[in-house]
Design a protein around this ligand. Structure first.
Ligand SMILES: [Zn+2]
Ligand SMILES: [Zn+2]
Length: 151
């Protein structure tokens, strides 16, 4: 797997919650240390709940543990929680809308995006690249809407 984060630069980032500038250490998912601490506590609740209820939806988790749905989606986008293989619902790659189990981009788009982004200043973090669910051969009818190209 190619390393996408450029570690040669000192990585100053704006905390995506409190907008404070901090030195990014490749941990903490774009949050400054103090926001990361609060976030970790919320995350632990979500993770504990998911251990017991693997196929819970974001809505169910939110109701059960009192963490907002948007925070739960963020955990998915960050690759901190994954949607199980047998789920009927997945999140979408931000570029090609393919189903992914976590992250922001499917592996194919991450490679393409990396080439584009090398010209700019944005980086894709490793944890933002999601696995695609395995397509099960169930013998049922499938609709492949918007998937008219073979990969
Ligand atoms: Zn912060
Ligand atoms: Zn994609």
């Amino acid at each position: 797997m190619a390393k996408i984060i450029d570690e040669t630069n000192k990585n100053l980032r704006t905390c995506r919650r409190c907008r404070r500038l901090f030195e990014y250490m490749n941990i903490g998912y774009g949050l400054c240390p103090s926001c990361a601490k609060v976030d970790n506590e919320a995350f632990r609740k979500v993770k504990d709940y998911l251990m017991e209820h693997q196929t819970a939806t974001a809505q169910e988790i939110s109701a059960a543990v009192g963490v907002s749905e948007s925070a739960i989606y963020q955990y998915l986008r960050d690759g901190r929680v994954e949607i199980p293989e047998n789920s009927p619902i997945y999140i979408k790659c931000e570029m090609c809308r393919a189903d992914i189990r976590y992250g922001r981009f499917c592996p194919e788009c991450a490679v393409k995006a990396q080439k584009e982004l090398n010209k700019g200043t944005i980086a894709i973090d490793i944890y933002e690249i999601g696995e695609r669910p395995k397509q099960k051969e169930t013998g049922k009818m499938h609709t492949y809407k918007g998937r008219n190209r073979s990969m």
